[in-house]
Design a protein around this ligand. Sequence first.
Ligand SMILES: Cc1ncc(C[n+]2csc(CCOP(=O)(O)OP(=O)(O)O)c2C)c(N)n1
Ligand SMILES: [Mg+2]
Length: 613
Amino acid sequence: MIETNTELLKGIANQLRIHSITSTTAAGSGHPTSCCSAAELVSALFFGHMRYDAKNPRYHNNDRFLLSKGHAAPILYAAWAEAGLFPASELAKLRTIGSDLEGHPTPRLPFVDVATGSLGQGLSVGVGMALSARLDKLNFNTYVLLGDGEIAEGAVWEAASLAGIKKLNNLIAIVDVNRLGQSQETAFGHDINVYRDRFKAFGWRVETLDDGHDIEEIVEVLGGIGLDDKPLAILAKTYKGAGVSFLQDREGWHGKPLNAEEAARAIAELQPSAQSAAGVAIPAPDALPAPHTAAPASFPAISYKAGDLIATREAYGAAISRVGEADGRVVAMDGDTKNSTFAEKFFKKFPERFTECFIAEQNLVGVATGFGARGKVPFASTFACFLARAFDQIRVAGISQANLKLVGSHVGVSIGEDGPSQMALEDLAMMRAVAGSVVLYPSDAVSTEKLVEQMALHKGICFLRTSRPKTPVIYGNDEQFPIGGAKVVKQNAGDKITIVAAGVTLHEAVKASNILASSGIGATIVDAYSIKPLGKDVIKAAAQKTNNLVLTVEDHYAEGGLGDAVAGELSSDGVKVHKLAVNGLPRSGKAEELLAKFGIDALGIAEKVRSLV
Ligand SMILES: Cc1ncc(C[n+]2csc(CCOP(=O)(O)OP(=O)(O)O)c2C)c(N)n1
Ligand SMILES: [Mg+2]
């Protein structure tokens, strides 16, 4: 360990406070008091403890720092400016449209791995990063700074639980126990023992700091990192607004910038003991080999036979195992449904690359996001309906522009007897709404396999919607399924209508077209396997040949799914879109009975078409 200069770290803490106050005052908004409580913690971590290349924040073996309490962004920016990454003068641009120094951190900045600001998410991401470090045999540590109010979030404890189970001694949670939340005191105020008992119960080593502003105490505790086989929680008793007499420990100052006069008074108090970090030696990370991050040139071939009955969820298991063979970046995780989603196939083949996250979907998505932020291609699977539980994590992953692959099985009423609590009927709407997302919905084993390849190669958030019932293979093994495409499955001259479907309803639509053919009504069938981006050109070209008459059929509620996607893209081109979807609350029953009940089986489709042509 390098010699620590306590006075210097104290001075830097005050310099960080000054930056935080000055920049939020300039911005006219922000959270200066949330920065002040963490000033010594951040100073001690960034200027003598953490090992990183300050000029290359993306270096693969840098220690990672996640500001889970993202509203304290100004102090994070101040730390990196003081570390020399960019001039401190940039801090004055905080929260302005031309600057990447946003109100809460986003990965537009090279030193931010994931967006934070929606509280309670950082520790899950940290777990993913710590697991990734282990897998890659890298010795960086992951530090997560949390607020005391923040740790009321259940997702924090989902993450704490898995970190304890996995004995992640390369993960350090630092809780800034400043007693206050936003609108009032937290439930436990300064009673640090409550938090100590909780972290201990989850299998963590706990260090408490009676004075979280005492650099010597902080440095001593940081020195003990890694000496144990447990993750470490540092619970620091601090004061919100610390260092400024008229802010410290006062209610009513959360999220408020100081006015110019108040800022001047605060700075007058801090300035005499403030010190720049210029020239401070930051410990270097070990130069360990970089993990492999290149995409593979090709994937092993597949060999399905037309007509074979295979559920797309089962094909997913085969696909992830095959894709994972060629692509060492692929890791997978599941929430105790791996035998239903078929992620189990990957788990059996590559146990070291699989993380069982147990029944904790918010953490599942956070862990996957953490892996993605370290260059892995993470596939997180569970029943699609349960991903809704992690929608906020997914939404924030969109802001992070995360490389995240979500796989949701058991969609729609076609799951049958388990009933509505297990049916995903909103997932397309949810996933379509995520920034930058790709939404894929295969109907057979071949398209599933090819779409999983596409997901691995695409950088960004992808969602694969898999189904429970077995469906026949309809595509040849060499068929390609580019993201944003669609397939014309059946088309004849003189067709009266274009039916757009995906998943189980594609097969129902094909059956319906056979029924209709016997009464002389031709129907073009399009497989909309890529719902976002939609294979618009293919659908439009097909529609134009059927007098712009389109019927969409989906095993999803009518709101926000396939029908809305098609209508939204094509109505301005003069295409008339009619929708069949699950219109009403489902119940238990046989898959066929439920498809019939909601008119999305072959007979229902045929009847609807007769009413339209
Ligand atoms: C999920 C979520 N809920 C609510 C908020 C609004 N919010 C922002 S900061 C804050 C208080 C946070 O208190 P604490 O974690 O103690 O942080 P401190 O500012 O005291 O360091 C709240 C409620 C949020 N950002 N995210
Ligand atoms: Mg607090």
